[in-house]
Design a protein around this ligand. Structure first.
Ligand code: PEP
Ligand code: MG
Length: 292
């Protein structure tokens, strides 16, 4: 069975009806890239950058971050690497960053909210990503976007970083794709408006399900309610994909659902363009797609 799957390593993920989709990997640190390449992953759909910030006693420098991003981008060659900006807060804290004690951390000071409030921290990461974009095909993705205002603010800061680099004569990919995670119901509901401004969407079902059904993704007591196939969740996914396509943009998914065997046929039916998952699910997902 394993051997049979390994034959798919270099096979394109094309459905029986002829639709080509991208099967990519999620990584949490640069050393995971090899696992994606080994199974023929066609890109990195989610590079979680929190690892760079955790388990140390100070913020990583621009140079440190640049080297990590450049390493991954170079290794992936012409395959796209979507780097997600810092998603700290919620259940993840940093020992060297003063965080307010919150009653509802998952509804609080987290991810893009924290970054927009800490501009120097955000700019350091954006500059590092931009610099790395000269060495491969990188995309930037903002987490926890709840509406257009936030995205436009983040893009404005990105623009500022580009101007700075230009003045410093530092190379970067000026056409770098900029997208958002759709993981808050309000973003899915406002997808038509957002789609006019982004280059792509990537649906973060881990959080989208949590917020849509009001079910804590970590809480065993209510995990029976946590259902990727809930009609409300499917409806939000459908709206997001349709909104992207209406503006000629692509829509991926990087939550666990993208690698879920039971969900993949439904996601194909809804028109999802890119599936990003744990490297260990990639070959099986390809098999399902090819036979669909
Ligand atoms: C998600 O929410 O689906 C996601 C991919 O992000 P994370 O699991 O890191 O919150
Ligand atoms: Mg998330």
């Amino acid at each position: 069975e394993k051997l049979k799957l390994r034959r798919l390593i270099n096979v394109d993920a094309v459905t029986k009806s002829g639709k080509r989709v991208i099967v990519a990997g999620n990584i949490g640190s640069p050393k995971d890239v090899d696992k994606v390449l080994e199974v023929g992953g066609e890109g990195i759909g989610l590079f979680r950058t929190e690892f760079l910030f955790m388990g140390k006693d100070d913020f990583p420098t621009e140079q440190e971050q640049f080297e990590a991003y450049k390493y991954v981008a170079s290794k992936m060659g012409d395959r796209q690497v979507v780097i997600r900006t810092l998603d700290i807060g919620g259940d993840k804290s940093l020992p060297y960053l003063d965080m307010p004690k919150e009653l509802n951390p998952f509804l609080g000071y987290r991810a893009i909210r924290l970054c927009l409030d800490n501009k120097p921290l955000f700019k350091t990461q954006l500059r590092a990503i931009l610099r790395a974009s000269a060495f491969g095909k990188i995309g930037i993705m903002f987490p926890m976007i709840s509406g257009l205002e936030e995205f436009l603010k983040a893009k404005e800061i990105l623009q500022e970083c580009k101007e700075e680099l230009r003045k410093e004569n530092i190379n970067f990919d000026d056409n770098i794709e900029v997208g958002i995670m759709v993981e808050i119901p309000s973003a899915a509901l406002a997808a038509e408006e957002l789609a006019k401004h982004v280059d792509f969407f990537s649906i973060g079902t881990n959080d989208l399900i949590q917020y849509t059904i009001a079910v804590d993704r970590m809480n065993e007591k209510v995990s029976y309610l946590y259902n990727p196939m809930h009609p409300a969740v499917l409806r939000l996914i459908e709206m997001t994909i349709n909104a992207a396509h209406k503006e000629g943009k692509w829509c991926g998914m990087c939550g666990e659902m993208a690698g879920d065997e039971r969900a993949i046929p439904k996601l194909l039916e809804l028109g999802l363009d890119e599936f990003s998952m744990s490297p260990s699910s990639i070959l099986r997902a390809k098999e399902i797609i090819i036979n669909w």
